[in-house]
Design a binder for this molecule. Structure first.
Ligand SMILES: [Zn+2]
Length: 517
């Protein structure tokens, strides 16, 4: 049993069975086995759960390079049945077979002693404590052991449970900052419309507006009254951290307000704006602040995947925007788009394939949302086809076609933003666009996002556009916005700029974080 437990984790083969890390792992494992031996059903149930969860963890690690931690479990628990169906079930079963054999061995071959005498129980406890104590010493010396299966699964599950519990408490006791909304001072004759478009996984350096060699912004390049901030950074590298951050008073260095306060939407509500949230990303689980924040809007529409499984295109949000803008009041509308979310080729209709990607349409699976691939093939020859077809299918037979499909999704975003602008052209309006975070496209062997060490995960496009009427009414604010074109700006500015640029005099606003000053 010592050998099986010690050798089960794949790291053991590289560390060597007798390395200090392996020894710590084995001590922990045997401490656990001693404790499980205290009761027959404790042994059977926990052993089976550990074996099966370890098999699943191994599937994600070997196929996607995904380490199981709290964040990956958060994404996992947000999965819909359709997402789960998009996995490669055969590959999962293949990974579960050794786990099932190990579980069966524990159930039917290894028979725990039926001696439950106090003396034996005390002996097992003492043994467990001894091994646990020595193992704990090793754990602090080599914390990587805590990231090894099955301990990472246990730690991640506990972390997720703790996170959701704390978050639920924080959400229930959130302070409604709408109570301190202040005053809407603008006295224009036309109602004011503010549209915030939140993109997904778009990189600043793939926008030709920012100097990208490919013409990915053919439409926006011709638009007047548009400023593309060339040095913008995101608040985080994951959707569920960046989106709440940019909508609240949270900043990259202080995320707490994202959980303890309502968002900018509640401020516009308090000032009698019509507020709306239209999203094409599907809903998030109730444990994620995005869902709570989007529910602050008076009108909320979330588009889900159609029956065919394809996620909706962002352009499908436009009729809802038309409806929202149809009233004669002030508006604050959030469009939460799919942007350049993997799979890139599924983000745009065929006619937007400006760069040859030769992709079929794809379904968005949970696997794609779990973000990380570190495939050695990619590093070695820059040509890759993943072991399973979950990730890119025929879409990415090379890095070149992967980037082509990614750039096509930017071209579609260019069209989408141009559509939004065309709807606001003759009104008193301002539009702000930014992506929630960037994306890795093979640099350092990394893909997708969730890599805080990669600058391309932080560098995001940020664009502001204003109508002629807005500029006439707000010449100083427009001049201030333009002055930031090449200065460092970030998601930290968005909450304060939305209020300040709207002409809302509020003590919630930090003037030093307003782009209209
Ligand atoms: Zn995202």
């Amino acid at each position: 049993m010592l050998f099986i437990a010690g050798a089960y984790k794949s790291h053991m083969t590289t560390w060597g069975i007798l390395s200090p890390e392996s020894l710590t792992y084995i001590l922990f494992t045997n401490c656990l086995l001693c404790l499980l031996s205290l009761h027959q059903w404790l042994w059977k149930v926990v052993w089976a759960v550990l074996c099966l969860s370890s098999g699943l963890a191994d599937y994600f690690l070997t196929n996607y390079g995904v380490e199981i931690d709290r964040d990956t479990l958060t994404v996992f628990f947000q999965a819909t049945p359709k997402d789960v169906g998009a996995f490669n079930i055969t590959a999962i079963l293949f990974h579960l077979i050794p786990s099932l054999l190990l579980a069966a061995t524990g159930w039917f071959v290894i028979k725990p002693s039926r001696d439950f005498s106090p003396m034996r129980s005390r002996g097992l406890l003492v043994l467990a404590l001894l091994m646990g104590a020595v193992g704990a010493t090793g754990y602090f010396a080599w914390p990587i052991v805590g990231k090894s299966t099955p301990y990472n699964v246990v730690a991640a599950t506990y972390g997720y449970y703790q996170y959701t519990r704390e978050l639920d408490q924080a959400i229930k006791s959130r302070k409604n900052i709408g109570d301190d909304a202040g005053v809407f001072t603008e006295n224009a004759t036309q109602p004011l419309s503010i549209v915030l478009v939140i993109g997904e996984s778009a990189r600043a350096d793939h926008f030709s507006l920012n100097g990208y060699k490919r013409d990915t912004n053919p439409l926006l390049a011709k638009v007047n009254n548009l400023v593309s901030f060339t040095h913008a950074t995101s608040c985080g590298v994951m959707t569920h951290t960046s989106v709440p951050c940019l909508l609240t008073r949270a900043t990259a260095t202080n995320w707490i307000p994202a959980e303890t306060e309502t968002s900018v939407i509640s401020v516009f509500n308090a000032l009698h704006f019509d507020t709306a949230w239209f999203g094409s990303q599907g809903d998030f689980s109730l444990s994620v602040p995005v869902s709570y924040i989007s529910s602050e809007a008076q009108k909320k529409v979330i588009l889900y995947a159609a029956d065919g499984g394809r996620s909706p295109y962002d352009g499908q949000l436009l009729p809802y925007l038309d409806q929202a803008l149809g009233t004669t009041t002030n508006h604050f509308v959030v469009l939460h788009t799919n942007g350049s979310h993997i799979q890139y080729a599924a983000r745009y209709p065929k006619e937007f394939e400006r760069f040859p990607a030769n992709c079929k349409e794809h379904n968005l699976s949970l696997a794609q949302r779990m973000f990380i691939i570190t495939n050695s093939e990619v590093k070695s020859n820059q040509k890759f086809r993943y072991k399973t077809t979950d990730m890119f299918d025929d879409c990415a037979s090379s890095i070149d076609t992967l980037i082509n499909s990614y750039d096509n999704s930017i071209v579609y975003t260019d069209w989408m933003l141009n559509q939004v602008i065309s709807r606001l052209q003759h009104t008193n309006a301002i539009m702000l666009y930014t992506s929630d975070h960037g994306e890795s496209l093979g640099e350092n062997g990394k893909f997708l996002h969730g890599h805080p060490e990669e600058v391309n995960n932080w560098q995001v496009p940020m664009i502001v556009w204003a109508s002629d009427t807005y500029i006439q009414n707000n010449p100083q604010r427009w001049a201030a916005l333009q002055s930031y074109r090449h200065k460092p700006v970030s998601h930290d500015h968005i909450f304060h700029s939305l209020l300040d640029c709207a002409g809302i005099d509020s003590k919630l606003t930090d003037p030093s974080l307003s782009l209209c000053r």
